[in-house]
Design a protein around this ligand. Structure first.
Ligand code: FAD
Ligand code: UDP
Length: 366
């Protein structure tokens, strides 16, 4: 079989590229996907009770990249959703990320914004060189808040002490000296009106795009002729683990449908210090679906299972650097996405990367 373009992986990276190739270049493209569905980790579906769930954990779209927002808006309308998270500490539910409200609730105070700034300055530790996620938290909020909110959650999530993780992990969570309790402050935020899977289906509704589901690309790649292969799967698998197996953190998602209208006060509640799970999502609060029952999902992080999170440690980065040397030598293979680039990408960043790759690697016909 001959295709000018072949894509491995039907996640957002692969689908964005396929959409551009099919619609802008009017070229045929083959996507090979080992799962039985498109969308990668943004896949959502209706469960047996008819409740829309995110099969691979809660996904909230947020970006400051206007072009990415407008691009995806071609394929979905958005519910005007602003994500909120509460975290369960010392028997109270307090807003995450840390805001003036969080400090007041945690310590039973009634401080204004400048008083909270002073409160945190007095507690923040002086760290000359911030090298780890532990340093990030201690230098912003001090030991007590670090222990209450970050230390145990991070140990559960990663199986490692925050002192072993690079700064990028806890830096994802801002500390706000105001009363903005939204989880993300980005300019554009939303939830696809009919879900992510519908958005993804709309992206590839073009007869130039052929998809093979339930197929590991290794089973058929030798029978294909292509000019360019876009690879969005794990890089170590591509190279048959020649430099070793890259570590990914996985999660077991435990879904429960309850015979009641509502379960919790916010779409997501974090449990830093109690239970073995890190957080509970209640999907109706993300999707605004009307239903007399409600489905929740508990997340139990683990090391074995589907690769979800690349590990931001020194050793893992060093191993990936060896693979990167090989990747650079490839002439007709382009690596992109969370697995292939071993990067903690959000959805918007993956779409941005795919649009950029399209811009440099795909030529319009003369
Ligand atoms: P993927 O979605 O992983 O797609 C890669 C595809 O390649 C998969 O479908 C896989 O099956 C396929 N594949 C792998 N190996 C092979 C093979 N050998 N042959 C064929 N196919 C193969 N981002 C946000 O912006 N907001 C959020 O709220 C958010 N929440 C998240 C929550 C969780 C629990 C997780 C894990 C991620 C979250 N993300 C979130 C990140 C988001 O999921 C990713 O940015 C995005 O899905 C990455 O797309 P991708 O195409 O790079 O990878
Ligand atoms: N984190 C934490 N406590 C929380 C929330 C997050 O310690 O209540 C840390 C944890 O290490 C986590 C990181 O901050 O992995 C990033 O959090 P985010 O909510 O962005 O995680 P994701 O949604 O990507 O799993």
């Amino acid at each position: 079989m001959k295709f000018k373009y072949v894509i491995v992986g039907a996640g957002l990276a692969g689908l964005t590229l396929a959409e551009r190739i099919a619609n802008v270049l009017n070229e045929k493209v083959l996507i090979i996907e080992k799962r039985g569905h498109i969308g990668g980790n943004v896949y959502d579906s209706y469960n047996e009770d008819g409740i829309l769930i995110h099969n691979y954990g809660p996904h909230i779209f947020h970006t400051n990249d206007r072009e990415v927002y407008l691009y995806l808006s071609n394929f979905t309308k958005w519910n005007d959703f602003w994500h909120r998270v509460l975290t369960y500490v010392d028997g109270n539910l307090v807003p995450m990320p840390i805001t003036v409200e969080t400090i007041n609730k945690l310590y039973n105070l009634n401080l204004d914004c400048s008083q909270v700034e002073k409160f945190l300055q007095e507690r923040a530790e002086q760290i000359d060189e911030v090298k780890t996620s532990r340093d990030v938290a201690l230098s912003k909020v001090g030991k007590d808040i670090y222990e209450k909110i970050f230390e145990t959650y991070t140990k559960k999530q990663w199986g490692l002490d925050p002192g072993e993780l690079d700064t990028s992990v806890i830096s994802r969570i801002p500390v706000r000296l105001n009363r903005d309790t939204r989880y993300f402050a980005d300019k554009y935020q939303g939830m696809p009106g009919h879900g992510y899977t519908r958005m993804c289906e709309n992206m590839i509704a073009n007869k130039n795009i052929k998809i093979m589901l339930n197929t590991n690309y290794k089973e058929i790649i030798d029978q294909l002729h292509y000019e360019t292969l876009f690879y969005t799967g794990p890089t170590d698998e591509f190279y048959d683990y020649k430099h070793g197996k890259l570590s990914y953190r996985s999660i077991q998602f435990q879904f429960e449908t309850l015979d009641k209208n509502e379960f919790q006060e916010a779409p997501v509640v974090n449990y830093p210090n109690d239970y073995d799970y890190t957080r509970i999502t209640e999907f109706k609060k993300l999707t605004w679906q009307d239903h007399k029952k409600t489905t929740i999902c508990k997340e139990f992080p683990c090391s074995d299972g589907e690769p979800y999170y690349p590990f931001p440690t020194k050793d893992c980065k060093a191993m990936f650097a060896l693979y990167e040397e090989d990747m650079k030598k490839e002439k007709n293979v382009v690596f992109l996405g969370r697995l292939a680039e071993y990067r903690y990408y959000n959805m918007d960043a993956v779409v941005r990367r795919a649009l950029d790759v399209f811009g440099c690697r795909c030529q319009a016909p003369n």
